[in-house]
Design a protein around this ligand. Sequence first.
Ligand SMILES: [Fe+2]
Ligand SMILES: [Fe+2]
Length: 232
Amino acid sequence: MITGKMKITDVVKAYPKAIEIFNDFHIDYCCGGNDALEDAVKELGIESNSFIELLNKKLANQAHKSNKEQVLAMERLMEMSIPDLIDYIIDTHHLKERGLLAEIDELINKVFLVHYEHHQEQLIPLHSLFSDLRKELQQHFVKEEKLIFPYMQKNFNGDKGINYVKSLEYEHEAAGNLIKEITACTNDFTAPEDGCTSYRVLFQKLQELVKDVYIHIFIENSLLFQKYEGEI
Ligand SMILES: [Fe+2]
Ligand SMILES: [Fe+2]
């Protein structure tokens, strides 16, 4: 049973299906995961008691549907050792997001060229925001894979390790802010009525990327770093 006093990150650990609902309501469970659920809900201008009641009802309804796999995945991740969790993050999220960034990069250039005349007000800022996000993520992945993850696999705790973790959390927050701007710029990934198939596919791929980045950041901030700092 979810209560308003629970930290958002703990809600996701116990009820991974809540991610879908949090995404719909733009509740930040990765960088803002340490906030109490009721505070985050209130900040969005939603009445917290009825939201939490609705959340519990929705999750109870979904419990007998086939969400066992996702629950098991979260349990498995929580039990993983630090080296195994790092391998999982690289093989799953870094790989998928690198592929999506390349696909989106090609698509956005195509859509930009075809729809420049009628949709430049949306496409110019979107192109800049996406370019910034792509650069940030690509540099961040390399920093993790070549510097910080190998360090974490060999050294536990210590000031250097804690500072490394802080620098990654800071970069996650910066990526999260760019994602919020992209979400607003795309009207929550809703392509314009006269947008072609490529326009729609571009928005679908962007949304897919955003969802994956959120889960990825959650796993790093709330599982990997907490394990590394001996919190769980
Ligand atoms: Fe990562
Ligand atoms: Fe990261």
